[in-house]
Design a protein around this ligand. Structure first.
Ligand code: SF4
Length: 378
């Protein structure tokens, strides 16, 4: 099982309750961003290009707990920025665990080994480690030589200490499906509980604009990666979302499914776009013109989007929306090896793109982050 039974049960009963209450739009996972500063400056990231005073700002534990209680989701993901740079992160995580929220603390793991002692293993807590591929690919993706080895050392340390450890892998143009499959093998051997994979989003603020995947290329790549699936692989994503990535299922975006709360408030309409902010979760749900978002809306910002934060909740909603959805999901979970000769052919013929030499990005953002880290003594 990719998640503990208690978590699957909590999520299933939560979604069925929303259905029973007739709620068409309901949140599933709170994306809680307590800070934006980071100790990496990845080329595909759109979250860290802020001025210094914003990068220095943080949500307090009380603000985090209020947001969680307002939206009421059973799961909370803590992306950022790098959450381990927040001096009160152990207190925030402990408070969420005490509220029986299933927490995925997303981390690049550069600090995981040294900060592990500040956390307690719990079925409610998972470290979701950002690893974008095998060593060379990950280091290229995060613009940091040695980043892979540090991240994997963090994974090993957390697994050994009894923590739940999952991974998140973001793929951009130039990813090699054969290498991604080998990467999955390595993660399973390392003892991670389950893996999440998603195409990247074309942030207009990201430094590297050349390597984002269009929808057709995404589907081809994910068909190659996720077909002929190995029995050893466990994924931390809805089976219907994964079929969507493979081009086997159409889903429409549910931007309200993973609402985002940060130092700016509730972000409209989703984790990726910033079309304003609301002061409360209620205001967010009532004031966003939801019909203006999603690929079908014709909004150019949504044209190529297939990301996990927009479509995972769509997959879960599809599962619980009908008997057909439940049967398809059960079939995918128990018999879903997705045998596909065409996908094997794509793998056999795939020509890996060679990366340009790795460039350590010494961006002002990274320098500010380093400086802030030194100043705060973390
Ligand atoms: S399609 Fe993507 S960018 Fe558009 S609203 Fe959905 S998640 Fe946001």
């Amino acid at each position: 099982m990719a998640v503990p039974v208690s978590q699957a049960w909590t999520v299933a009963t939560y979604v069925l309750k929303q259905k029973f209450l007739g709620r068409k739009k309901y949140p599933l996972v709170l994306m809680l961003e307590p800070l934006f500063r980071c100790n990496l400056a990845c080329a595909g990231c759109g979250k860290i290009q802020y001025p210094a005073h914003i990068l220095k700002a943080e949500l307090s534990p009380e603000e985090c707990f209020k947001a969680v209680e307002e939206c009421g989701t059973p799961m909370v993901a803590i992306p950022g920025g790098e959450p381990l740079l927040h001096p009160q992160m152990p207190e925030i995580v402990a408070g969420l665990v005490a509220r029986k929220k299933y927490v995925y603390m997303c981390t690049n793991a550069l600090l995981l080994k040294e900060k592990l002692h500040l956390f307690k293993p719990s079925k409610y807590l998972s470290f979701s480690v950002h690893v974008d591929g095998q060593r060379e690919h990950h280091d290229f993706s995060v613009c940091r030589e040695g980043g892979y080895d540090i991240a994997m050392a963090g994974v090993h340390a957390a697994v050994a200490a009894g923590f739940r450890v999952t991974t998140n892998t973001t793929l951009f143009d130039g990813a090699d499906p054969n290498s991604v499959r080998a990467h999955f093998d390595e993660l399973m051997v390392a003892g991670v509980e389950s893996m999440m994979v998603s195409p990247g989003y074309t942030y207009d603020k990201a430094p590297d604009q050349k390597h984002f995947l269009g929808r057709a290329r995404s589907k081809k790549m994910f068909r190659a990666i996720l077909s002929n699936r190995k029995k050893t692989w466990r994924f931390n994503a809805s089976p219907m979302f994964m079929e969507f990535l493979m081009g086997k299922k159409d889903l429409t975006c549910t931007p309200w499914g993973m609402p985002t709360f940060s130092i700016f408030g509730w972000q409209k309409p989703c984790y990726l776009l910033q079309d304003g902010y609301a002061d409360s979760f209620k205001e967010l749900m009532e004031t966003v013109q939801w019909q203006n978002y999603g690929t079908e809306s014709g909004n150019p910002q949504c044209a190529n989007c297939m990301v996990h934060s927009g479509y995972e909740a769509s997959g879960v909603n599809y599962t619980f929306g009908s008997i057909k959805g439940m049967l398809q999901t059960a079939k995918a979970m128990f018999f879903g090896s997705y045998k596909d000769d065409g996908a094997q052919k794509i793998l056999n013929e795939w020509k890996p793109a060679s990366h340009a030499p790795l460039v350590q990005i010494a961006s002002p953002v990274a320098q500010i982050a380093d400086h802030l880290q030194e100043v705060s003594g973390d």
